[in-house]
Design a protein around this ligand. Sequence first.
Ligand SMILES: C[S@@+](CC[C@H](N)C(=O)[O-])C[C@H]1O[C@@H](n2cnc3c(N)ncnc32)[C@H](O)[C@@H]1O
Length: 213
Amino acid sequence: MPGLEKVTAAVCDKAAPVADLDVVDLGSGSGQVALKLAPGARSVLAVDFSSDMLRILQDRAADQGLSNVNTQLSTLQALRLPDASVDVIVSNYALHHLRHPEKVELLGRCAKWLRPGGRIVVGDMMFGLTGDAQGRQIIAGKVRSIARRGPAGWWRIAKNAWKMLVARQECPEPMSSWESMLTGAGFEVFDSGRVVAEAAFVAGRLRPSPASA
Ligand SMILES: C[S@@+](CC[C@H](N)C(=O)[O-])C[C@H]1O[C@@H](n2cnc3c(N)ncnc32)[C@H](O)[C@@H]1O
């Protein structure tokens, strides 16, 4: 998927430099971001709730001779790490699986896990499901392109509409929402941008706490 590759590349690019730093990848999948960052980093912890994904990631890390990659089988909702133990947190195409309050809660924990000056880079589908013109345009464009595939496409639309509207398994949010969630969690947004029509990245740096400022 060229779109996904572009977002992955943007997340890796914005996460740099990671030389000698401890990195955590939230919703790592089989390691598209984690394994790209690992060669320069001190350590990479890849977190995912799929043991199959983590097994593939471990095999790929071993094939590439990477000994600084660890995995943790956990939901992001249940993940707990020691305070001030991480320098860079990345997440690519995973956090739309979390509902809004879960994202807010996770970002609050991320702020605690990071050392002073630590960074977070989130790449994901970023548009609103309800309302904003850009979100409506993106969804309409997607629906049109899927519909052109005929019955298989119509089935996919029906399935995804059901997922979004009933099960709410996918909860993308607009870039503006990500920027305010990061700001609210104690980050200064230092970069953000749209990569492809439906996906963007937002990068933040931990603001100094009032006591240390
Ligand atoms: C679309 S994949 C993206 C994988 C990878 N980050 C990449 O860039 O290719 C989303 C990943 O998030 C994981 N995931 C989804 N919801 C999760 C949750 N609540 N807790 C932990 N992992 C989750 C899935 O298992 C999957 O591996």
